[in-house]
Design a protein around this ligand. Structure first.
Ligand code: F0G
Length: 463
């Protein structure tokens, strides 16, 4: 077959590979054994038994030579490390926040923020939940209220900004419980659990106006805000000629504070922060961080990790980097769309989300079709993915009932700068192979259920 003539200019990554990490190929019988031992939970597999690891984009990034060089310049002083000041400068320059409290990762910042801001009986509205974020809100005595637009719950809906807040839903909550019972509105860009979907600039700007009228602060989960900024550049009127860095700064300017898992956008393996313009919150957080994380100039991190973050921020806002990063996710997603495999549309920023409810339509949600699909993918090819459906949603803390979300998804998450186009092809072909065998798939029953964030450690057996 002749090599097909390209219909347009290709793009390629703005980097080349300097060091490689061998990965192990396994056989199908080996993988069948491994997944049984792991209780059909991809979190419980050993990484050595995984061929292509699309579990998460969290802490799995490849750092640049410049970041590694920075690691050697770690100032491992207990107090006042110079790398802390580099990080603070980078966060202020690119995200725009005045004050910075470093934490070991995102949930460290969520813990401190929730403890400070939420009182028992409060309500925290958000554009869909994230697992750790909601748990910290609940542990602080709050109740999470989903105020994302309805389109976000429909995998087939092509809305360009499915991460948007529905102001009708938010206003109803304010009218019902009163602004005093809402310590802040929690917004994330992009929205992980909705399929990596962005929020528009117009939506956050309007939210700012609404919240200011009621005296309610906004806390941004900035974990993937740079990917969100890229989508604004591509999809929102008036932003086509602006740099991602410029868009990021405007986006963050509408939120009073932000929590961050720096293990994603900012191209590192560990790290996080709480950043704010509110001096009172800063002082409380700076005090509380010494109880739970470490001194306020390292927050559980080594000096070298803070240096890698500071340098990673600069690299991550580069337009060419973002084009290649999201371009790879699109490349994977487009294959699946071309083969008519149901995925969340539009294709997300950090991952392609398979619609397990549609793919395994014969398996009821109480038998965890997404969990089963992730296990089947692993058995087929050694590609590791993650359930993002009923298992992740867990139980209602008040009633103890299982939550069955509309979205029952499997996430194929692309680590940044790690895998090649060929790896992506292998993953896509494996999804196709499993899709073609879908009628033979069987559901799962949960045989072990931990109390918190059950998806990490739950165990299953095939029905
Ligand atoms: N917020 C968002 C949007 C996240 O995606 C994550 C982590 C966190 C907060 C918590 O940060 O892991 O550094 O403590 N998401 C990972 C994932 C675990 O795979 O999506 P953390």
């Amino acid at each position: 077959m002749p090599y097909p003539k390209p219909t347009r200019r290709s793009w390629a990554e703005p980097w080349k590979v300097k060091m490689v990490e061998p990965i192990r190929m396994t056989t199908r019988p080996q993988r069948e054994r491994c997944i049984v031992e792991a209780g059909y939970n991809t979190f419980l597999l050993r990484s050595e038994d995984v061929y292509i690891d699309l579990l998460t984009d969290s802490g799995t990034n490849a750092m640049s030579d410049n970041q590694w060089a920075g690691m050697m310049l770690g100032d491992e002083a207990y107090a006042g490390s110079r790398n802390f000041y580099h990080l603070w400068e980078a966060v202020t320059e690119y995200y725009g926040y005045k004050y910075l409290v470093p934490t070991h990762q995102g949930r460290g910042a969520e813990h401190i923020l929730s403890k400070i801001m939420i009182k028992p009986g409060d309500f925290v509205p958000g554009n869909r939940y994230f697992t750790t974020t909601r748990l910290h809100q609940e542990l602080a005595g709050g109740t999470f209220v989903d105020v994302i637009i309805d389109e976000a719950h429909d995998p087939a809906n092509e809305h360009p900004f499915k991460g948007n807040v529905d102001f009708g839903k938010l206003q109803r909550l304010i009218d019902e419980v009163g602004a005093k019972k809402i310590p802040y509105v929690s917004v994330a860009g992009t929205v992980n659990m909705a399929g990596g979907q962005p929020q528009s600039m117009a939506n956050l700007r309007a939210l700012r106006e609404l919240c200011s009228r009621h005296g309610i602060p906004i806390v941004l989960d900035a974990t993937r805000a740079i990917e969100n900024a890229y989508f604004i550049q591509q999809r929102e009127e008036g932003y086509r000629n602006k740099k991602v860095a410029e868009i990021l700064k405007e986006y963050c300017s509408y939120a009073d504070s932000s929590t961050m898992s720096a293990k994603k956008d900012t191209l590192t393996n560990i790290g996080g922060w709480l950043a704010t313009n509110d001096q009172g919150l800063f002082e409380e957080a700076r005090n509380m961080v010494v109880v739970y994380e470490g001194l306020h100039t390292y927050g559980g991190l080594a000096g070298r990790d803070m240096e890698a973050m500071a340098r990673g921020i600069v690299e991550s806002v580069d337009d060419d980097h973002m084009r290649a990063r999201i371009g790879q996710v699109e490349y994977l997603g487009q294959h699946l769309i071309d083969w008519a495999i149901p995925i969340v549309r539009p294709i997300g920023g950090h991952a392609v989300f398979l619609d397990a409810r549609a793919i395994y339509a014969h398996i009821p949600q109480s038998q965890y079709p997404a969990q089963a699909l992730a296990a089947d993918l692993y058995i087929d090819s050694g590609v590791r993915s993650m359930e993002r459906g009923a298992v992740s949603a867990g139980r209602d803390p008040k009633t103890g009932e299982e939550r069955f979300p509309k979205l029952e998804l499997v996430r194929l998450t692309l680590p940044r700068r790690v895998y090649t186009q060929a790896h992506t092809d292998v993953a896509a072909e494996s999804v196709l192979a499993v899709y073609e065998q879908r009628e033979q798939a069987r559901g799962l029953k949960m045989v072990y259920e931990p109390k918190y964030l059950r998806f990490f450690q739950a165990r299953f057996e095939q029905i």
